[in-house]
Design a protein around this ligand. Structure first.
Ligand code: THU
Length: 158
């Protein structure tokens, strides 16, 4: 018998400690929370993806009265990015959230399982780690890759 341990390395930083490029991505994600359509959950999420062509693609959560038809901010951004820049590869993603009526959430949120699955595939396509930046008001978490957020992910079997 052998025990395997999975470790997710997370660095917690203050906004000022981010690189200029990461700050820009966090700013874009925070800004995007204002474009969220979340009349049902009243929870607004913004995501910003940096591509290797230096374009930043943003997205917000978009809800629907038929609840499962809505989609998270991360997938809104990821699908837009690959639909419009199919040749470009993902480098990093920043995620921010706030109550629709209020200020940014104190602790960072982390992508749901479905978004992790989608991001894991774009990371695999990129052939290198995609940095995940989870922005809260009080601290910001930097996770080095999507796969470290989703260990043992189901990826393609070619
Ligand atoms: N949501 C996101 O957009 N991203 C996440 O990482 C977590 C949850 C959305 C889905 C739904 O519109 C609302 O936040 C409440 O769950």
């Amino acid at each position: 018998m052998k025990e395997l341990k999975i470790i997710t390395p997370i660095i917690s930083v203050a906004y000022d400690e981010l690189s200029e490029s990461d700050r820009k991505l966090v700013d874009a994600a925070r800004e995007m929370t204002h474009n969220s359509y979340a009349p049902y959950s009243r929870f607004s999420v913004g995501a910003a993806i940096l591509l290797d062509n230096d374009v930043i693609v943003t997205g917000s959560n978009q809800e629907n009265v038929a609840y499962p038809s809505g989609i998270c901010a991360e997938r809104t951004a990821a699908f837009y990015a690959h639909a419009n820049y199919p040749e470009a590869r993902f480098r990093a993603i920043a995620i921010a959230a706030r109550e629709t009526s209020g200020e940014e959430i104190a602790e960072p949120i982390s992508p749901c399982g479905a978004c992790r699955q989608v991001l894991a595939e774009y990371e695999q396509l990129a052939g290198r780690d995609v940095k995940v930046i989870l922005a809260g008001r009080d601290c910001i978490y930097i996770v080095p890759s999507v796969k470290s957020l989703m260990p043992l992910a189901f990826t393609d079997f070619n």
